[in-house]
Design a protein around this ligand. Structure first.
Ligand code: A3D
Length: 311
């Protein structure tokens, strides 16, 4: 049986962790790709993970490369190429640099891995995934942005920390753009199937929602020179795994909406079914008035950043 091929464009903090988790889950063979100036770094990380394999006995092959020919015929491409935030920066501050990078990456992915399912992680997420889609011309079911998976896992983590109950028993979703205007749907958060609103006071829930909105910034401030990477990597892997194993998980992802939730022509966080055909469906459900208003507010923020791409 042929193994899947997973290419990681950008071999920095998230890229290295993506390689490690892909190998540990035996999702397939991995190409960890970066620019020529970082070739030694990705080759070193790849070799390090190859040498870790005997501990767990997994057989995935990990290769570092700065040659686009090595990504040929990838099944999945996860893109983290770009620069991360530093304290005081918003995700939107990264736009001009990461836009140039994603344009270059999109052309090469189109040339060498035209059939891949592409997961974009680089920020500002909703605009960068839009740019990838425009420049590559990939069909909308083959391009998706990772954000809601992470924002939801942050919401879950904070609910678990608040109650002391297992994260496994917590369900919730965060929709909208990947910025401070994201929309945690508090009324649908459950703990062991019980509405979180019944178990946690209104004030504490509001504080948790607020912490979720700024969770990325909280880590940026602690690091001082970069942004989160463990949870972002795990979130993107969850999406890749659902595609490769045709699991049909329902994950909040930045998907191209064409009318769903009243959004047209933009990538924004919505509940998305990921299976062997990529983005198989966006699941719409009724929002309350204040949730609709919040979604429209986050859409305005996404539109503004997208308009700055000039695409
Ligand atoms: P970092 O450790 O700097 O890695 C980025 C890598 O991209 C570096 O190794 C660069 O050399 C490489 N790179 C730069 N230009 C190119 C190019 N043209 N082709 C290929 N590789 C290139 O950053 P990181 O891994 O911490 O973060 C990566 C991106 O993810 C940043 O834009 C972050 O803002 C973003 N991010 C997004 C989320 C979301 O939830 C959406 C979360 C955390 C980080």
């Amino acid at each position: 049986m042929n193994r899947n091929k997973i290419t990681l464009i950008g071999g920095g903090q998230i890229g290295g962790n993506l390689a490690l988790i892909s190998a540990q889950k035996e999702l397939g063979d991995v190409v960890l790709f970066d620019i020529p100036q970082a070739e030694g770094m990705v080759k070193g990380k790849a070799l390090d993970i190859m040498q870790l394999r005997p501990h767990d006995g997994y057989d995935s092959l990990i290769q570092g490369s700065s040659n686009y020919e090595d990504i040929a015929d990838s099944d999945v491409v996860i893109i983290t190429a770009g620069i991360p935030r530093k304290p005081g920066m918003s995700r939107d501050d990264l736009l001009s640099i990461n836009l140039k990078i994603i344009s270059d990456v999109a052309k090469n992915v189109k040339k060498y891995a035209p059939n891949a399912f592409v997961i974009v992680v680089s920020n500002p997420l909703d605009a960068i995934v839009y740019a990838f889609h425009k420049v590559s011309g990939f069909r909308k079911n083959k391009v998706v942005g990772m954000a809601g998976a992470l924002d939801s896992s942050r919401f879950k983590a904070f609910l678990a920390m608040e109650t002391g109950y297992s994260v496994q028993d917590i369900q919730c979703m965060v929709l909208g753009g990947h910025g401070d205007t994201m929309v945690p749907i508090t009324r649908l958060a459950t703990i062991g199937g019980i509405p979180a609103e019944d178990l946690i006071s209104k004030e504490r829930l509001e504080a948790i929602v607020e912490r979720t909105r700024f969770a990325g910034g909280e880590i940026v401030k602690l690091f001082g020179n970069g942004s989160a990477f463990y949870a972002p990597a795990a979130s993107a892997i969850e999406m890749a795994e659902s595609y490769l194993k045709d699991k049909k998980r329902i994950i909040p992802c930045a998907s191209l909406c064409e009318g769903e939730f009243g959004v047209n022509g933009y990538f924004i966080g919505v509940p998305t079914v990921i299976g062997k055909n990529g983005v198989e469906k966006i699941i719409e459900f009724s929002l309350l008035n204040h949730e609709k208003e919040e979604l429209m507010k986050t859409l305005e923020a996404v539109k503004k950043t997208v308009s700055e791409t000039g695409l």
